[in-house]
Write a protein that binds this ligand. Structure first.
Ligand code: NAP
Ligand code: MG
Length: 464
């Protein structure tokens, strides 16, 4: 795999300040596929200076011109789609089909949506005797995880650029190659130097230096709750804006009148996709007592199609593999009924985990409470609709969810009572314009579409 040995700062690849590197490993075969520099506080400082220097010019660039550059970026991402998919498969381990359609495909959609929004968004509004100007927040520090590595970059960078902000990105240490490819794409798209900057490195070093940097106006972070809390506290103390997307434990609620087979099959696919490494995955399936055993049998049959190394890839690294296997052991220990999968590794090589289904899961069990981030589905039984609602909301998280019912009206009535940021109604389709983000510990702020753009804007009111 192609890897740059420098940082992308101020529109050029520059040598890193330090000597340390990070080895990038293919989780499917555990082979090292490249090295990238491990950034230091010095690299972060250089990148923030470049972003600051570029900010006035980019903020003053007419939105239609910013839109044209984002459209060019979308076109480069579309043209390099094959290369992007191969890179994500190599560093994340996702199956080629998923890499093509989701990891390489969704960023094209999202970049396209922001090319359009930048051109059409009302950056000025009239309110009585005031004119309200919506101005960019400034220099944005973006810190992203590895699970949807390019999507999470584009979901931050595209709206920031549309708003007129400049960006310093610190991508996940496990997936830096697609981030380097993205930096190349920004250059090819003709973004002025310094508008987008990349510093690869470790979270507690480069990530923390970026989050703490005095001249960063906003931090946008996606990842674990533990790191998110820390970043939120740092941003709070510095009185700077922060957006946090911190994962979930979402419910897939199958109401008594729903098409059970469809709801279970779509639910299993949702959890197994990307080896379960999806913050919005519906990892708790809620089924009424009467149809519970039928649902368990359907889920076990559906998950059998997810063969490790074929339809389902490995987890991103050995640590995540060990963590997820630990959760499966914990589920067995706490009395959940294993109906598919188990803690043993399914292959000798690669960080694979067996796609696992637990039945008889009760809301107090660890597997029902904590984010597992692996191919593990829990089936919970409810007595009536109020019980289903209580179980669905009995979590510290609130990122996503699904409701299946006899008709949309019944599903919507239930969804209105759920404490969560996004709900799919009877198998609703992905919408790149719909705001994405969490209630409760799932985070602060929203990504995607016009709501995602608004995160990077601040208002200035002129009175007449
Ligand atoms: P993480 O540590 O929170 O990583 C997310 C990003 O934050 C990475 O770029 C990471 O760098 C960086 N980071 C780590 N420590 C930092 C610090 N002190 N200051 C600033 N940035 C820092 O998550 P992880 O360790 O990769 O995954 C652990 C768990 O987080 C998963 O099992 C899952 O439950 C959850 N997770 C959630 C999402 C989501 O989409 N919400 C995504 C990934 C993981 P490094 O790459 O160098 O660590
Ligand atoms: Mg980490």
């Amino acid at each position: 795999m192609k890897a740059h040995d420098g940082m992308y700062i101020g529109g050029a690849w520059r040598p890193a300040a330090g000597q340390d590197t990070i080895a990038v490993v293919n989780p499917a075969d555990e082979q090292v596929i490249g090295h990238v520099p491990a950034g230091t506080a010095q690299d972060v400082d250089d990148a923030v200076r470049a972003a600051r220097a570029a900010f006035p010019g980019w903020a003053a660039t007419p939105p239609t011109e910013r839109a044209a550059r984002i459209a060019a970026l979308r076109d480069v991402l579309a043209a390099r789609r094959g290369e992007i998919a191969e890179t994500v498969t190599a560093e994340l381990g996702s199956p080629p089909g998923l890499s093509q359609v989701v990891h390489a495909g969704v960023p094209v959609l999202v970049a396209g949506s922001y090319a359009e929004l930048a051109a059409t968004y009302a950056f000025e509004e009239k309110l009585g005797n005031s004119t309200v100007l919506l101005e960019p927040v400034g220099v944005v520090g973006a810190i992203t995880p590895w699970n949807y590595p390019l999507h999470q970059i584009v979901a931050k960078v595209a709206p920031a650029l549309a708003a007129g902000c400049t960006v310093v990105l610190k991508p996940a240490e496990d997936t830096p190659l697609v981030a380097q490819l993205f930096a190349e794409a920004t250059e090819e798209a003709g973004l002025p130097g310094g508008v987008f900057n990349l510093v690869t490195g470790l979270g507690p070093v480069a990530g923390q230096a970026l989050a703490e940097h005095e001249d960063v106006d906003m931090v946008s972070f996606t990842g674990s709750t533990a790191v998110g809390r820390q970043i939120g506290a740092t941003a709070g103390a510095a009185v700077k804006r922060v957006a946090l997307e911190l994962g979930g434990k979402s419910a897939n609620v199958i109401l008594p009148g729903a098409d059970l087979a469809r709801a279970v099959n779509v639910g299993v696919a949702n959890v197994m996709s990307n080896s379960g490494q999806t913050c919005s995955a519906w990892t708790r399936m809620l089924v009424d007592a009467e149809r519970y055993e039928e649902a368990v049998a359907l889920a076990a049959a559906a998950v059998a199609k997810y063969v490790p190394g074929e339809r389902v890839g490995p987890l991103v690294n050995a640590k995540q593999q060990a963590r997820v296997r630990g959760y499966i052991e914990k589920g067995v220990e706490e009395g959940a009924r294993l109906v598919a999968g188990g803690p043993e590794a399914p292959r000798e090589q690669g960080y694979y985990v067996r796609p696992t289904v637990f039945a008889d899961v009760t809301p107090d069990m660890t597997v029902a409470r904590e984010e597992i981030f692996g191919p593990v589905l829990c089936l919970l039984r409810y007595e009536d609709v109020d019980d289903a609602l209580r179980i669905a909301n009995d979590t510290v998280y609130g990122l996503a969810g699904a409701v299946w019912a006899a008709d949309d009206a019944e599903a919507v009535a239930f969804a209105r009572r759920m404490d969560t940021g996004q709900v799919d109604i009877n198998g609703g389709r992905f919408n790149p314009l719909a705001p994405f983000g969490g209630y409760k510990l799932s985070g602060v702020g929203r990504e995607l579409g016009p709501h995602g753009l608004a995160e990077y804007l601040q208002t200035k009111s002129l009175q007449f």
